[in-house]
Design a protein around this ligand. Sequence first.
Ligand SMILES: NC(=O)c1ccc[n+]([C@@H]2O[C@H](COP(=O)([O-])OP(=O)(O)OC[C@H]3O[C@@H](n4cnc5c(N)ncnc54)[C@H](OP(=O)(O)O)[C@@H]3O)[C@@H](O)[C@H]2O)c1
Length: 292
Amino acid sequence: MTANGEGARVAVVTGATSGIGLETAKGLAAAGWNLVLACRDPQRAGAVRDELLPARPGLVVSCVALDLASLGSVRACAEGLAGKLSRLDLLVNNAGVFCDTRQRTADGFEATIGVNFLGTMAFTRLLLPTLTATAARTGHARIVFVSSAAAAFGKLRTDERCFTDGPHGFPGYAASKLALVHLTAALAEELTGTGVTVNAVHPGDAATNIWRGDSLLMRLVAPVMRRWLRSPAEAARSVLHAALAPELADVSGVFLGVKGERLESRRYADAAVRTALLTRAAEVIDQAQAVR
Ligand SMILES: NC(=O)c1ccc[n+]([C@@H]2O[C@H](COP(=O)([O-])OP(=O)(O)OC[C@H]3O[C@@H](n4cnc5c(N)ncnc54)[C@H](OP(=O)(O)O)[C@@H]3O)[C@@H](O)[C@H]2O)c1
């Protein structure tokens, strides 16, 4: 891993092979950051690296394999990074899926919540020591979760089978994005005083590959929707604001909208759901990783 030259800030971006993640990576490269692209398809990640490298002299881009649908892959990736990176200033948890049909992760979870929330939570937790160590030296590190305004419609189950039997489609997507808002608030509280800030962002609805699917509904609706949506580059601007804006240096635990405004909902502040959800999530992540 060479993305750790002294002086150059390092960002890990998940899901940088397309859409908002790709544009976020381009924006960070242009802003002087070195990058680690954590992607499930190493060949496509390599192609993105080749596309990014001419952006500026001295830019360092590394690629690591990360499949958020496998907690084994999450652990291997995060432990590899923790061993190799001498600094990690920014973690952009961008990767996500919208599953319009029922799918499962390698660990048996419903794939939407499994990838968007459980895999992302496990990855983030494993990188916390690297982020806090960086902040202890430099004074600051950031975590950004790419959530969605769909979170406002999310309903979360917290029973024993909530991550295996939960819904797919829009209800599952909305629940997974609401779960990220709760994770943001909880981590922000936990990391108070460490110099690591944690915020979520809604990038706006953008014409990306996430609107592709096999169901009849997706095939009919997606092409029409794509014509009205923001470009991935416009959406990435909202993510880059959350990641880079100096005025957010001391802001933590908030859910930012497209223009940096704060998104509020009674649902986002439900402390009982938050505690039950995160306790359950920590249990299933520990159990799944223990059997590997
Ligand atoms: N587009 C919108 O309207 C919109 C609105 C609100 C929020 N968002 C959020 O924005 C984020 C980026 O989505 P996008 O719209 O840019 O969609 P996208 O073009 O489909 O990009 C999603 C990225 O996530 C990666 N990914 C999917 N499953 C993964 C897994 N199991 N492990 C690792 N990486 C995985 C994809 O990898 P592959 O290239 O290998 O598939 C891709 O790089 C998502 O979190 C999404 O929920 C999007």
